[in-house]
Design a protein around this ligand. Structure first.
Ligand SMILES: NC(=O)c1ccc[n+]([C@@H]2O[C@H](COP(=O)([O-])OP(=O)(O)OC[C@H]3O[C@@H](n4cnc5c(N)ncnc54)[C@H](O)[C@@H]3O)[C@@H](O)[C@H]2O)c1
Length: 257
């Protein structure tokens, strides 16, 4: 019960990694604000938990971010942690990227962290300190074909995290990034579906590329997020934590048997 009497906001909390984090924070005693654009899934999840509230939040909009933080403070009396996690996958080579693709990709995946942190930092300060975790990706470090905007948004997130950490370490506000490999979520399954009908086979194939031989579970990412938001991680700030089943340690070299 590391989060008894604590208040946490999870963006993108209605599904996937965010949902797993919402459930894990709640199981350890937190009051949770679920900030998401999926009203039906977010409200159903909030109703199923003892102390949880859904707030319709498009993180790419500054006013929505402000409202999510205000709701946390008004409903539960303050804010102790933010898991800024909402993100969307976008594909397309640079010559095909439209202005709308750019605004959407950077808007959710990067600007979303900017607005959420802008309003969370003063709220955490009012509480005497706290923690923020932003979801980046292994694609901030190494990348693949057809993801220039997604990869750039994830790399920009890493730099944002380091810079915010520098400004607020002295007041007990810590901020870190998590960099998942492939995680079994609606996002990953949606991506797999766009490459063919056998989604399980595609997900399993992607899993085999990770040295642990499988994709990562959303609950496994949630465990890392809870650690980073807890007092056990009080010396951790401005850092990037891989949770990638060994993917970034791997060179594509195979020796002959
Ligand atoms: N699944 C993976 O393999 C993987 C790997 C690396 C990083 N990530 C990152 O993890 C994060 C979560 O991904 P996921 O796989 O759980 O995705 P998901 O699609 O399964 O869930 C994302 C949630 O974010 C919400 N969302 C989308 N746009 C939003 C917006 N503008 N404002 C608020 N909420 C919004 C969705 O409604 C959904 O509930 C993302 O930032 C993603 O880029 C995922």
């Amino acid at each position: 019960m590391r989060f008894q009497d604590k208040v946490v906001i999870v963006t993108g909390g209605a599904k996937g990694i965010g949902e797993a984090a919402v459930r894990a924070f709640s199981a350890e005693g937190a009051a949770v604000v679920i900030a998401d654009v999926d009203d039906a899934a977010g409200e159903a999840l909030a109703r199923s938990l003892p102390r949880a509230t859904f707030v319709h939040t498009d993180v790419s909009k500054m006013a929505d971010a402000e409202r999510a933080v205000r709701v946390a403070e008004q409903t539960y009396g303050g804010l102790d942690a933010l898991f800024s996690n909402a993100g969307i996958q976008t594909y397309g080579r640079i010559e095909d990227v439209s202005e709308e693709d750019y605004e959407r990709g950077m808007g959710v995946n990067f600007k979303g962290h900017v607005w959420m942190c802008k309003y969370a930092v003063p709220a955490l300060r009012r509480r005497g300190g706290g923690a923020i975790v932003c979801t980046s990706s292994v694609q901030a470090l190494a990348t693949q074909t057809s993801v220039p905007i997604y990869a750039a948004s994830k790399a920009a997130t890493l730099t944002l995290v380091k810079a915010i950490a520098m400004d607020h370490a002295h007041e007990g506000i810590r901020i870190n990034a998590v960099l998942p490999g492939s995680v079994d979520t609606p996002l990953l399954r949606g991506a797999a579906a766009s490459f063919g009908p056998d989604v399980d086979a595609t997900v399993a194939k992607w899993g085999k590329m990770h040295p642990i031989g499988r994709v990562i579970k959303a609950e496994e990412v949630a465990r890392l997020v809870l650690f980073l938001c807890s007092d056990e991680a009080r010396a951790c700030t401005g850092a990037a934590y891989l949770i990638d089943g060994g993917l970034m340690a791997k060179l594509p070299v195979v020796l002959p048997d």
